[in-house]
Design a protein around this ligand. Structure first.
Ligand SMILES: [Zn+2]
Length: 1026
């Protein structure tokens, strides 16, 4: 049983953090907080959370090992979550089991069971099964919460338990015979559940039913709750602090005296409020909250709202209770608190809102930039939207942990990766400063988009993430005007999501269903990056004024409430019609449904007439190389805002001057273009979410312009041409002569254009790597990359280390892979240092680790490989994967054989996901692919016997091993082997994708190899020395 006394991790003489509130915020109105509820259940019988049963995962079969039986079970993630990092402070699995023997009914039985009011288990009651059919596991919707009182006491320095109580005032909307609310990973005290009506008259609870699958707690009542009446429900509960931010969790750091200092904090989005307190955990069910946090006196508690008062805890020396002001109406996932010994440096006032940035004391000096920046961002957002931030304070906390996320709790922005918002002008890079500012601007924008107006359900959460991302760009464009924020957004956001969206395996912007088992699916890059991109597109075609009017009206109409995507369309349409910026027979919904409900995006092809003055403009789904099968089945078209300019006008700002192509039109005629000796450009400043292709003549006019004076074309459109041309070339839609001419013309123009090239090399390199002109190809690319690499500022001084430079890992990767001497020397040097100090994990910046390891192994010998192998065996998680992949970079054939023998051929019992890494790594190198392929052929029976009918894994292993195969001879060999070894039932799922991958590679080579080889020769790369 969890102890209720605090076991301090530091001695009593430890430093007591004194935190003084900036102004007197404790003078707000005193709120009626019920005092008769149990406070942490001192006299109440408390049952204990049981362990979850480990579950074998079907999705991760082990690599086959003949003669070795599968004995180990895979520990479930859920179970792992329960075990905090400091095992000495927490009950072990066995201790928990002992406790649950006495409580009797919480051993993690995956099937639902019912506990009677006397605490005995029973079979599910009839009628309760109705929940099981709800695919999204929604609450019944027959009542809504109005106000919660939440009291929590986290024993963060003790046994890591949390004791709590919850009281909620409900309004019944339809007569109800039960109350269904959410509860997960906690033990509620069934004997202490109380329900009273508005006259304080008790309502008897017949039984309590727990549905683990849907995370429901259901109270069956003896009487019917009446519609339009209010009731008060209260209960107490306990649970353990988790080890990761999926609920209330614990993290810790060593303070300056070397003592451990613990932190309890929260991340309740999307579905983890139910792990903090029983509640109606859906974003649409907003309520107000009174939050009370018990803490030890040497710690500080902060929450969404300012502190109201602090009182001593009766009977618990050294503990006090912090009571916070009542919140504004908000969703359950917004609730947040931090109990810690973190501090803040100073308090800035923006308008009358107090802003503080919290960090551990030794890092406070590095919060200065965030502290200075936030008020400017804040002011921009308030001025633009004309809607004041409604809370009296905003705390920004950087937690001593390494989870790469941040969260926008209302009034309490949380950053879970400690160094992210810290900035040291002496050592931090500009890239880090940009990332920090973008993150803060994003979370700040959420205070309006997501917090003030919340998407009604998770399927619409692009509204929250897309807007936060877009307004971060707008705010930073204003606050840091020298950063070229919008130009970078085009390359870093729009073009990046283009590459992913083209695979057609991501959801649409509005996801069709929310899966409780994979709740983070609502937060894919599509919600963020495509969401931001299509908002920018709307801003362009509606005009800034109409866009702004529609957005502000949308916020005003839905503030403190929820909204759907259609609500947004309604307000934008109204504004656009009022302003005359959208034809009266068109609506924003009509246009935007084609962008938010369909996956992928179009490529627009512009074919000019012989005299140039007209063009046939057509649309079709853009299909990236390798995704024809998936895309050909989709008959999709879009409402496309066509914008254009020409050499004579060169006006790139007329983004609202739109010709619409309807979703019923395959092509339209565009007239009034200039004569054929002048170029035209479509999709001005790449504001539209589509690619553009031209006839060769127009491409060549554009290339000539770039050679003569690239500044005549907007920065965004230069980047657009590079990105579109390279992707259209790889997809087989554009001649590589044009592609290479174009990127060669952009050489030395700007860093951004260089980044575009770097981001699109992968497939071309894979195809060219086994050809006789690979050296020439590398020389050409190095001629593009070397100036950019030099700009990194790495070339001065001894080549011992790499500077961390967040935006350039790809550039460094290719510079090293193509053998740029400085890059290779640095990689080898830093690897040598690592070999001498293997435990020094900070020697190589994380984002460059794969490059350093791969370069050192590829250009090293047996010693370098053996060192990496020993590190692979000792490391875990992502680190282990990086070593596993890097080991395959070797260019030594006998070491390569050893690699495959040690990983796949011996008794390491490799999970299939790691086997895929091995074959992926081998397949990425021209000499490695055949090694992996031979292994698969020679061990086919044992591979397929073990993996069984999970064809996806077999297909993926084959795809990885053969991904560089691009000759007819290789295609025939793959075909013959699969024909002889795969039966009919698996043919479509295994053989067809693998064969068609090779067929596409062969076709690509036939179409492009001669063109590329000739171009390299004609342009002098046969004998150029870098
Ligand atoms: Zn966000």
């Amino acid at each position: 049983m969890p102890s209720t006394s605090a076991g301090l991790t530091r001695n009593g003489a430890g430093t007591v953090a004194v935190v003084i509130w900036c102004l007197a915020l404790t003078t707000g109105p005193s709120l009626a907080v019920p005092t008769d509820g149990p406070w942490l259940g001192e006299e109440e019988p408390v049952t204990v959370l049981g362990p979850l049963r480990p579950q074998a995962s079907e999705a991760d079969p082990k690599w086959p090992q003949p003669g070795i039986e599968k004995t180990s079970e895979i520990r479930s993630q859920a179970e792992a979550n329960l075990l905090t990092e400091d095992a000495t402070q927490n009950p072990t699995e066995n201790e928990l089991s002992d406790d649950t023997t006495t409580s009797g009914n919480t051993t993690g039985n995956p099937s639902a069971f019912r506990a009677g009011a006397n605490g005995t288990a029973d079979q599910p009651e009839e009628g309760m099964q109705e929940h099981a059919t709800d695919p999204e596991m929604r609450l019944p919707g027959n009542m809504r919460p109005l106000h919660y009182v939440i009291k929590l006491q986290p024993f963060v320095n003790g046994n890591a338990s949390v004791q709590g109580s919850m009281e909620v005032e409900l309004e019944v909307l339809e007569p109800a015979e039960n109350i269904t609310l959410h509860s997960d990973k906690m033990q509620s005290d069934m004997n202490a559940v109380r329900l009273v009506d508005s006259d304080n008259k008790k309502v008897w609870i017949k039984s309590i039913y727990i549905d683990y699958r849907q995370q429901f707690l259901v109270l069956n009542l003896n009487s019917t709750l009446e519609a339009n009446k209010r009731y008060n429900l209260s209960m107490s509960f306990n649970y353990y602090l988790l080890a990761e931010p999926k609920g209330v969790f614990k993290t810790q750091f060593k303070d300056r005296a070397g003592m451990l200092s613990a932190v309890a904090s929260t991340l309740l989005q999307p579905v983890y409020a139910r792990r903090a307190f029983p509640c109606f955990d859906e974003p649409g069910l907003k309520a107000t909250f009174d939050i009370h946090i018990a803490r030890e006196t040497h710690m500080t508690a902060i929450s969404n709202m300012p502190l109201l008062d602090t009182t001593a805890m009766e009977g618990q020396d050294g503990w006090v209770i912090d009571r916070f002001n009542t919140t504004v109406p908000m969703s359950t996932y917004q609730v947040a608190f931090v109990v810690s010994e973190l501090e803040y440096l100073n308090c800035t006032l923006q308008r009358d809102v107090q802003i503080r940035v919290w960090a551990r004391p030794e890092f406070l000096a590095n919060t200065a930039y965030a502290q200075t920046l936030v008020p400017h961002l804040f002011k921009y957002l308030e001025d633009y939207l004309g809607i004041p931030y409604p809370l009296p304070k905003l705390d920004i906390v950087t937690l001593p942990s390494a989870f790469p996320i941040a969260f926008e709790a209302w009034g309490l922005i949380m950053n879970y990766k400690e160094d992210t918002i810290l900035y040291d002008p002496a050592t931090s890079s500009l890239a880090h400063k940009r990332m920090l500012a973008t993150l803060l601007a994003h979370e700040l924008a959420h205070q309006w988009f997501g917090n003030l107006v919340t998407p009604f359900w998770w399927t619409d959460f692009w509204l929250s993430e897309g807007f936060a991302s877009y307004f971060a760009t707008l705010a930073l464009r204003q606050v840091e005007p020298s950063w070229e924020v919008e130009e970078r957004m085009v390359v870093k956001t729009l073009q990046e999501v283009f590459r992913h969206d083209a695979l057609l395996n991501h959801p649409a912007v509005r996801i069709s269903t929310f899966d409780l088992n994979e709740p983070h699916g609502a937060f894919s890059r599509i919600s963020y990056q495509k969401g931001e991109s299509i908002l920018r597109m709307m801003n362009a075609f509606l005009t800034e004024a109409s866009f702004k009017k529609g957005i502000v009206n949308f916020l005003l109409a839905h503030k403190y409430k929820t909204a759907t995507t259609d609500d947004l369309w309604h307000h934008l349409t109204t504004a656009a019609h009022q302003d005359g910026t959208l034809p009266g027979n068109m609506t924003v919904k009509m246009v935007m449904d084609t962008w938010t409900l369909q996956v992928g995006y179009p490529v627009v092809t512009v074919s000019r007439s012989p005299d140039g003055t007209a063009a046939n403009v057509s649309q079709k789904l853009y299909l990236a190389r390798g995704h024809f099968d998936r895309g050909e089945a989709l008959d999709q078209k879009w409402w496309i805002p066509l914008t254009h300019t020409s050499k004579g006008e060169a006006d790139f700002n007329r983004t609202q001057d739109v010709t619409w192509m309807k979703d019923s039109e395959e092509s339209i005629a565009v007239t009034s273009l200039p004569p054929k000796d002048q170029w035209v450009i479509f999709n001005l400043r790449e504001t539209g979410y589509y690619r553009v292709n031209y006839d060769d003549h127009n491409w060549n006019l554009l290339i000539r312009q770039l050679r003569d004076d690239h500044s005549a074309i907007s920065v965004e459109n230069q980047a657009q041409m590079a990105d579109d041309a390279m992707n259209l070339g790889v997809a087989g839609e554009l001649s590589f002569k044009v592609v290479l001419d174009l990127i060669n013309a952009l050489k030395n123009t700007s860093e951004l254009n260089g980044l575009v090239v770097v981001s699109n090399i992968e497939y071309m390199n894979l195809m060219m790597s086994s050809t006789p002109v690979y050296e020439e190809f590398q020389r050409f690319l190095l001629s593009l990359l070397a100036p950019l690499y030099a700009n990194l500022g790495l070339s001065d001084g001894a080549p011992e280390t790499f500077e961390p430079h967040a935006e350039y890992p790809k550039l460094v990767r290719w510079a090293c892979e193509f053998g740029l001497p400085d890059c290779v020397a640095r990689a080898k040097s830093v690897y040598k240092q690592l070999m001498m100090k293997p435990e020094n994990s900070s020697l190589i910046p994380e984002e460059l680790k794969s490059t350093v390891l791969c370069t050192a192994i590829a250009r090293g010998g047996p010693d370098e490989w053996a060192f990496a192998w020993s590190r692979y065996l000792k490391s875990r998680g992502e680190e282990k994967d990086k070593y596993l992949v890097a080991l395959g970079c070797t260019t030594n054939s006998s070491i390569r054989d050893q690699y495959i023998l040690e990983t796949l051929g011996k008794s390491h019992y490799l999970p299939v996901t790691e086997a895929i890494h091995v074959l992926d790594s081998l397949g990425s190198h021209p000499l490695g692919g055949p090694t992996g392929w031979s292994f698969l052929q020679n061990h086919w029976d044992v591979v397929t016997n073990t993996i069984g009918e999970q064809y996806f894994f077999i297909k993926t292993l084959l795809e990885m091993a053969t991904k560089s195969f691009n000759t007819e001879e290789q295609r025939v060999k793959v075909q013959e082997f699969l024909d002889g070894h795969v039966d009919e039932t698996a043919k479509t799922q295994v053989c067809d994708p693998v064969i068609s991958q090779t067929e596409r590679n062969v076709a690509w080579m036939k179409r492009n190899y001669d063109v590329i080889a000739q171009w390299l020769g004609e342009n002098g790369f046969s004998d150029l020395n870098i």
